[in-house]
Design a protein around this ligand. Sequence first.
Ligand code: RB5
Length: 145
Amino acid sequence: MKIAMAADHGGYELKNILREYLTQEGHSVTDFGTNSSESVDYPDFAQLCCNAVIKKEADFGILVCGSGVGISIAANKIDGIRCGLCPSAEIAALVKQHNNANVIALGGRFTAPDLAKEIVDAYMNAEFEGGRHQQRIDKIMSLEK
Ligand code: RB5
């Protein structure tokens, strides 16, 4: 899959671990930074990653900040983005099955690397269930207008 990734200083280490993992698994990863512990503003990085998803340059996006909260809030301000914060593999599967999220967010300071890999795998292996969930997504999208 084509995957866009971005993080702030609180998430770049986990983002880099996931980038290496996903690349080894054969995915095509575009990394929009950041790549150091220097303090940056997570909305800037959310925007870079989400723009790639909106332009269909990526199949989905992965965002990481310290908690995962700020960067997911920023992502969800962008028209067409449905970003789900994923603290577990179960939630990661649900954000695809029920919310058809096109971006997932993780908390770099609260998610161990092995769990993060399980979370990403669970999201990628899940399928959107449509039906009543599509109706709800349509209502979410109408809120953007
Ligand atoms: C940065 O210190 C931190 O506030 C950020 O990574 C994130 O946790 C915000 O929600």
